[in-house]
Design a binder for this molecule. Structure first.
Ligand code: DC
Length: 222
């Protein structure tokens, strides 16, 4: 089973996707971290994340160790990730890896895994249009900025709410407005507005949706 979790920055995708994967013993891929890894390598080398040739070369050279970099969650890396993600050659270079992960989820400590949860922007539309369950998470930009602001303060980083709000607006506009694989809900995605929800409520909703899909598939098999 493939579960796609898409949505804008700080809508709660990562928290939900990680928890679903743990509960179901599925493999989990945070696809944003791949774009972040490309961006982090470019910034570390003093390059320009908006230069298509530099970015595409970095994307083709990416190694699993890059996904473990400790600078991936930095705000400047997030902004640069959104820039490299708008370059079609970067997206093309990263597509096979993501599809391979979904089709053949890597084994975990308990052995083989029968499914994968991927979160990102275009999982339900481009990477895995055949996903069994597609969730599209949204929340008001103010609720998301508030969450991100709190997260940064809790990590001991400096944060100014107005600045975070401005950054999210810029990334939303770039991620939704790009020509290749823009952020948008697949037609068959189930939408969930998490503005007034906590993580437990979003999890319960998603588990109910997964159970509903499984019943449907079982019914179709019989
Ligand atoms: O989810 P995130 O904030 O870690 O993602 C960082 C950037 O990567 C985001 O602004 C857009 C891009 N991204 C993408 O274009 N497609 C994905 N599937 C995941 C992330």
């Amino acid at each position: 089973m493939i579960i796609a979790v898409d949505g804008p920055v700080a809508a709660g995708k990562g928290t939900l996707a990680r928890r679903l994967a743990a509960e179901l013993n599925y493999a989990y891929l945070d696809t944003g971290s791949i774009y972040r890894a490309v961006a982090a390598r470019i910034l570390a080398a003093g390059g320009d994340p908006q230069d298509p040739e530099t970015a595409a070369a970095m994307a083709r050279d990416l190694t699993p160790a890059d996904l473990e970099r400790d600078d991936l969650r930095r705000e400047d890396v997030g902004q640069a990730a959104s820039q490299v993600a708008a370059i079609p050659a970067v997206r093309a270079a990263l597509l096979d890896f993501q599809r391979g992960f979904a089709a053949r989820p890597p084994a975990g400590p308990g052995g083989a895994r029968r499914g994968a949860v991927l979160d990102g922007r275009d999982i339900g539309t481009v990477v895995c249009p055949e996903a069994d369950v597609k969730l599209f998470l949204t929340a008001s930009v103010e609720a998301r900025a508030e969450r991100r602001h709190k997260e940064l303060l809790e990590r001991g980083e400096k944060s100014i709410y107005a600045r975070v709000l401005q950054d999210l607006r810029e990334r939303d506009a770039r991620d939704s407005g790009r020509a290749t694989a823009p952020l948008k809900a697949a037609e068959d995605a189930v939408r969930l507005d998490t503005s007034g929800m906590d993580a437990d409520q979003a999890f319960e909703f998603a588990m109910a949706e997964i159970a509903r899909r499984r019943d449907q598939e079982r019914f179709q098999e019989n």
